[in-house]
Design a binder for this molecule. Structure first.
Ligand SMILES: [Zn+2]
Ligand SMILES: [Zn+2]
Length: 318
């Protein structure tokens, strides 16, 4: 059983403003988190388990993935510590979220927030989550755990943490985007289709993360990610077509996050925080985010916009 590490939110003010030379090598938490969830099939399975679908056969019906692919990904998620297999009498195996898996709820809430903000769909069940404590339909709001103030990308800066950076980004095994037929997702879950576009492919998500570290040019992305130019071209055009990036008019070849892209910041931060807690070694994260308003290491939390209470796993229902 894995136990979480805690570094962020120590309340220690961080004062120095050392520039980060190659932030992505330091942001290994994001990269490691994406090694687990930055795969379309794995993300889809975790999504359904989050919604309470636990049995192999039900996952088979819901996802439309092949039996062998599901077996492979469930086994991998179990090895990675996100899911645990339970044998229920005569019913076959069930897959449940471990503590580490449940802790992904902040990532889920950040995705829901982004999707509801930009792609509100009346029939999408996850856009109508109810906070059990106040009984109201809510929008998750990102807050700084230290000062309770809100934050976005402009309110934070990166700072070296105590951990050593990785020598290089860990090898990518899923460079090709695999398509999952939208019909496999069902019309009540358009959110999944959209978040798969962003997170269900490791390179796409890392390209977005790099933009938050102020990487803007094709060469800059290429250097920061060590990615093949054809893959990078594909991801940049795709993200521009999706409206996540805009091309600057003055500097040709400049890629900047649009307002919609910038609002993915809490998603990247939640992924980083999850990676810091569960995938760092004892030396801690090599990169931390500092909230400008209170000078503390950012320990983000999500609160209910209706009653202001902090949200935890299991505090909301469809
Ligand atoms: Zn703060
Ligand atoms: Zn509430």
């Amino acid at each position: 059983m894995k136990t979480p590490l805690s570094y962020a939110g120590s309340g220690q003010p961080v004062s120095t403003d050392t520039p980060i030379d190659n932030p992505l090598l330091h942001a290994r938490s994001v990269s490691r988190a994406l090694n687990i969830v930055g795969d379309r099939s794995s993300l889809l399975l975790v999504y359904w388990v989050f919604l309470g679908v636990y049995r192999f056969t039900d996952l088979l019906n819901r996802t439309g993935l092949s039996r062998s692919l599901i077996s492979n990904r469930l086994k991998r998620l179990e090895e990675q510590g996100v899911l645990e297999r339970r044998v229920s009498g005569g019913q076959g195996s069930e897959y449940h979220l471990t503590e580490m898996g449940k802790d992904l709820y902040n990532v889920a809430l950040a995705i829901i927030r982004w999707d509801k903000q930009w792609h509100y769909t009346p029939g999408c069940v996850t856009h109508h989550l109810v906070h059990t404590a106040c009984g109201k339909e809510f929008m998750p709001l990102p807050r700084c755990g230290s000062c309770q103030g809100d934050f976005d990308a402009r309110d934070c800066h990166w700072h070296y943490g105590p951990g050593e950076p990785d020598a290089e980004l860990t090898a990518n095994t899923q460079s090709r985007r695999s398509r999952i037929a939208p019909s496999a997702l069902g019309t009540e879950h358009p959110i999944m289709d959209r978040s798969l576009e962003i997170l269900g492919d490791r390179w796409t998500a890392l390209t977005i993360a790099a933009a938050f570290y102020r990487v803007r040019t094709f060469n800059g992305f290429q250097q920061a990610l060590g990615i093949a130019t054809n893959i990078l071209s594909d991801r940049l055009s795709r993200l521009t077509a999706l409206g996540i990036f805009t091309r600057g008019s003055q500097a040709r070849g400049d890629y900047r996050l649009s307002e919609e892209g910038l609002s993915l910041f809490p998603v990247i931060v939640a992924l980083m925080q999850w990676g810091d807690r569960w995938l760092s070694n004892d030396s801690g994260p090599s990169l931390v985010l500092v909230h400008r308003q209170c000078h503390s290491v950012l320990d983000p939390l999500m609160v209910c916009d209706q009653c202001g209470q902090a949200l935890a796993f299991g505090d909301f229902h469809l």
